[in-house]
Design a protein around this ligand. Structure first.
Ligand code: F6P
Length: 369
């Protein structure tokens, strides 16, 4: 189908993830092969909202040369942000208070003025909620599901997730030897926001002995019993993987910082808390490793690269077919189109009846319940 499109833009929003540059590369090349011009918006939508910040321009022309050789690079050549949602943009008032304003019309005006026909929005639930609002205001938008957390609904996985799991698994492999050598308990805190996907997949793949995820409130006594039973079998060390959003069945989440205008609450600290408690309860030497932003960096795995390239090309095809208000999703066997409104603002948690969790239980892994 030959659409009326001649010019598109692409933006990257939310936390970065391995694979973003592969999507940008794929979008640019697929657009170029249709004689479309492709532009990149800097730092989410900030390149449009704050053009004065960018000496080289807040919206830059993407050429074949500019995207050459970036597919395996972590991060995003456009930059990103997970602060300052254009629909609820925080403005500091003279009295020091903060007011939220909707600046989506500024974005629509930019597209109209510069005759950009459509947008490929690459992001997680926050970015895709913004994308859906822009679609509802008349902009042609296709979303691409990105997050290391894998907590976006209606897609088998998001790109970035496999790379985070691969790295976390490698870290667990390394920790087995040092934990065994010192007969220690090692607690490994991983990202994932309010979902336990990274903890569950890397914990099972990395042979952890306990995995604590937000979907299952944990009882530390159960973890203590698991460690003691290993000791009794002569296995004098244990690895405990904990998702940053995990919480005890009778307690609260650990936060590094509360939510503030334009930025979500910062999760973290649960690893230290349970490491200290396990040392007290078991009397065993315990150390805590927080993988944090290491999970966001590095080169995408082959799976993530291929997913990202497929997503980018599919997003351009979808626009060429006249689609808008959809997200390209990893289905079986191909890439599906899912309505953005079915995804926006929703979270996909680990299913408690899923076979992966059941596999962990069958392998004797403790989940704190
Ligand atoms: O959503 C991706 C993610 O890495 C979460 O897993 C994590 O809680 C959050 O971003 C960290 O955000 P920031 O980079 O602002 O610290």
């Amino acid at each position: 189908m030959t659409s009326s499109i001649r010019r598109i833009a692409v933006c990257t929003g939310g936390g970065d993830a391995p694979g973003l540059n592969a999507v940008i590369q794929s979008v640019m090349i697929a657009a170029g092969n249709r004689d479309w011009e492709c532009y990149g918006i800097r730092d989410g939508f900030n390149g449009i909202l704050f053009p004065e910040r960018y000496a080289q321009g807040g919206v830059v022309r993407l050429t074949r040369d500019r995207v050459r050789g970036i597919g395996h690079l972590g991060g995003t050549i456009l930059g990103t942000t997970n602060k300052g949602d254009p629909l609820h943009f925080p403005i500091k008032m003279p009295d020091g208070s903060t007011r939220e304003v909707d600046r989506s019309d500024d974005i629509l005006a930019y597209f109209a003025t510069h005759q950009i026909d459509a947008l490929v929005a690459i992001g997680g639930d926050g970015s895709l909620t913004i994308a859906n609002a822009l679609h509802q205001k008349g902009l042609r938008v296709v979303g691409v599901p990105k997050t290391i957390d894998n907590d976006l609904d209606k897609t088998f996985t998001t790109f970035g997730f496999d790379s985070a799991v691969a790295f976390a698994t490698e870290c667990l492999d390394r920790l087995h030897s040092t934990a065994e050598s010192h007969q220690r308990v090692m607690v490994v805190e991983v990202m994932g926001r309010y979902a336990g996907w990274i903890a569950l997949h890397s914990g099972i793949a990395g042979n952890a002995h306990a995995i604590l995820i937000p979907e299952i409130g944990f009882d530390l006594e159960k973890v203590t019993a698991k460690i003691r039973s290993r000791d009794a079998e002569g296995r004098l060390y244990s690895l405990v993987v904990v998702a940053e959003g995990a919480l005890p069945c009778d307690g609260h989440r650990e936060l590094l910082a509360p939510a503030e205008a334009g930025h979500a609450e910062r999760l973290g600290g649960i690893g230290e808390r349970i490491g200290h408690a396990l040392q007290e309860r078991t009397g065993k030497d315990t150390r805590v490793v927080v993988l944090g932003h290491l999970l966001r960096g590095g080169s995408p795995t082959a799976f993530d690269r291929l997913s990202a390239l497929r997503f980018g090309a599919a997003a351009v095809r979808a626009l060429d077919e006249g689609q808008s208000g959809i997200m390209v999703a990893l289905g079986y066997p191909g890439v599906d189109y899912v309505a953005l409104e079915e995804v926006a603002g929703r979270m996909k948690g680990v299913p408690l009846d899923g076979d992966t969790l059941q596999t962990g239980r069958d392998l004797g892994i403790c989940f704190g319940d």
